[in-house]
Design a protein around this ligand. Structure first.
Ligand code: ADQ
Length: 489
């Protein structure tokens, strides 16, 4: 059976995502320098020894000339990566437009763009056309590299039109699709003009995965309400064909974080940070600077806490590390200035000649500094307004086995489903509640911190990224075997 085949030899896996896990910089007419970017997905798949994975995706650069494309393709082949070349106009319409301006806010309950509504509505169709075209270009490259028996695993909201395109090339291709963001309530999804095309295309996959059971349920109800299809215990049925829908909560490579704490460079950072913040409790926020992360709400809650607890004013510091993303988008620029303004006001209000309560950095930290910060933190604050999962909360827990700090976690992050019993759950919109939780976290007795941490640490070290990837792929194999058996009977 397929299962035995998978256990005996390495399963060939084609991972298709918008971005390849490398950044490419052109250093000559026909030469490129490549740097692997170690995201969650990369470590998830590198850690799984039974897959022979290849990546297909956009390299993040515009390469209009053929010699440049040939050279990049060759360089990427050594990293088991296969590029999809997208021109500037397509990237603008598909990536900046449809993916980031339409699907990202919609899936995080921010609705369709409000500003310049007419212009958006007018450009909507051309952006969706570019989205379909980009997905077709991905499909073409997948098809060129596909070999019988390969599993094709498509990722995220950028590639919702891909399963359909792949099955048109080859209906026997094993296709899985996983969404890294939330899937919103069907009442939200139904506002999307291309709601039907996207649902139908995703249903062409054999297995559709989400981080949580709730997102899976929202997807099934969108299919039943908008497409009029039948929801079954396994998924969604369309004319006898069942698409399996399930939850596969992602995790992190927890060992990588735990081991990092032993690295001398990390220990040097730990010592430095401890000295720097001696006598004060450290609270930490690590986020991409995105509206979904609730950074202004977090800082306002911290202000409220300082306002109401004068005894804590010079005894606690909030480190907010916010890596800028999508910096060319006006809404993101506005968010940056808004955050800077609030931080400036609070530091002016509660700072002294020698200290100030918020250290805000607009940048990403390298892995060693990040692990050290996680390790010395007393309270981590994750206040996403919506978040598919949120891996920062997992990374914090992995680095806290000696300190046993407290995690304050938004109930609107997927992680609330898995770390909810150990964390203090909050509604990030309720600033009074978050402020109260900050006080509770700072004063929590050691015994309770230990108990809560133990719960979360066990979860994070058991439900790793590797387990996530293995579970998804073996479920996909099984789904296909079951479908074949159903057809035979
Ligand atoms: P993201 O929205 O990027 O991911 P998250 O899951 O928290 O959110 O992952 C962010 C990653 O970037 C973490 O590994 C973190 O360490 C790193 N990072 C963030 N800010 C950083 C900084 N300032 N410096 C250094 N590193 C930083 C999307 C979804 C999530 C989902 C993941 C995985 O939005 O909900 O959990 O995919 O599916």
């Amino acid at each position: 059976t397929e299962r035995v085949e998978c256990e005996d030899s390495k399963q060939r896996l084609l991972v298709v995502a918008n971005r390849l896990p490398v950044s490419a910089t052109r250093i000559g007419e026909e030469s490129w320098s490549l740097e692997i970017s170690a995201g969650g997905l990369v470590s998830a798949l590198l850690g799984v020894k039974q897959f022979e994975a290849k990546w297909i995706g956009w390299a993040g650069v515009n390469v209009p000339d053929e010699p440049g494309q040939r050279a990049l393709t060759k360089a990427l082949a050594d990293k088991r990566c296969i590029p999809v070349f997208l021109d500037e106009e397509i990237v603008h319409q598909y990536y900046n437009g449809y993916c980031n301006n339409i699907l990202w806010p919609l899936f995080h309950y921010l609705g369709l763009p409000q500003e310049d509504r007419l212009a958006t509505t007018r450009s909507f169709q051309s952006q969706f056309t570019a989205y379909m075209k980009a997905n077709e270009m991905f499909a073409k490259v997948v098809n060129e590299h596909y070999e019988e028996g390969d599993v094709v695993w498509c990722h995220d909201y950028h590639l919702m039109y891909l399963p359909k395109c792949l099955k048109e090339y080859n209906s026997n291709m094993k296709v899985g699709w996983f969404l890294h963001t939330p899937f919103p309530s069907s009442e939200i999804h139904r506002t999307l003009p291309s709601r039907t095309e996207l649902l139908k295309s995703v249903l062409a996959a054999d297995l559709v995965g989400f981080h949580t059971y709730d997102y899976a349920r929202h997807f099934v109800s969108a299919c039943t309400r908008i497409l009029g299809l039948e929801g079954t215990p396994e998924g969604v049925e369309d004319q006898g064909r069942i698409t399996r829908i399930a939850a596969f909560p992602i995790g992190i490579d927890s060992d990588r974080f735990i081991r990092a704490l032993e690295i001398p460079d990390v220990q040097i950072h730990i010592k430095e940070f401890k000295e720097r913040f001696a006598g004060r409790k450290v609270m930490l926020g690590v986020d991409r600077l995105d509206m979904i992360k609730g950074i202004p709400q977090k800082i306002l809650a911290f202000e409220k806490f300082l306002e109401e607890s004068p005894e804590w004013r010079d005894k606690v510091v909030l480190l907010q590390i916010a890596v800028p993303t999508r910096t060319d988008v006006p809404e993101y620029q506005k968010l940056t200035s808004q955050v800077h303004e609030i931080v400036g006001r609070i530091n002016g209000r509660f700072g002294t000649l020698t200290t100030y309560p918020i250290h805000h950095l607009d940048r990403s930290l390298d892995f060693h500094a990040l692990c050290a910060l996680y390790a010395i933190t007393d309270v981590a604050l994750v206040t996403s307004l919506r978040d598919g999962m949120n891996l920062v909360s997992y990374e914090f827990v992995a680095c806290q086995d000696s300190k046993k700090g407290v995690l304050i976690l938004s109930e609107f992050a997927g992680a609330a489903q898995s770390l909810g019993a150990g964390a203090l759950l909050v509604n990030p919109w309720n600033i009074t509640e978050v402020a109260r939780s900050i006080g509770e976290a700072l004063e929590m007795p050691a015994e309770e911190r230990e108990k809560r941490h133990r719960h979360n640490f066990e979860h994070v070290t058991m439900h790793t990224a590797q387990v996530w990837a293995e579970t998804f792929v073996s479920e996909l194999n099984e789904t296909i075997v079951e479908a074949q058996l159903r057809i035979r009977h």
